[in-house]
Design a protein around this ligand. Sequence first.
Ligand SMILES: [Zn+2]
Length: 176
Amino acid sequence: MSYREYPPRGLYHLPKKNILVLSCIDLRLTDNLLEFLHFENLTNRYDHFALAGTSLITQADNDELTLLLDHDKLGSEVKSYKTWNDVWRDHIRLAIILHDIKDIYIIEHEDCGAYKTFLTAEALSAGEHSCHVKFATALANQIHEFEMDDEGNTVVLNVHCFLIDLRGNIEHLYSI
Ligand SMILES: [Zn+2]
């Protein structure tokens, strides 16, 4: 029996097929992340992609959210950050082609160094938690109807957003 807090039953539909997981690179929560995925009965059923800040830098060009980012700092510390969204989308496309994924889990985490480093002070003044909700939700909405090519072919994906705290507890943020 797990002693961690996980989302209650019925809050979202559990994936029946393979999934793709997007997480941060943070090393403190790797075991907790896997523990949650095992709890979800997803053992060896997920592709795992990690980006510092999870959804954060994928939204660097988002009209509404780009204002929350410190682009000078981003440009000096992450030279190719403008390509991250493309690289991430390439991996979604490959996960669909290679492993027929139907769901994506976006798993943000508490006390994220990338959020603290690359958000403006003003953005962070609203609280780190609300920033995770904004960025993860924006990304989920963008990839729900995923564009496979330039011909307008799309694949509908179920996208679920979570936040993992420093004790490994999981909060469900959003599903589409
Ligand atoms: Zn992080």
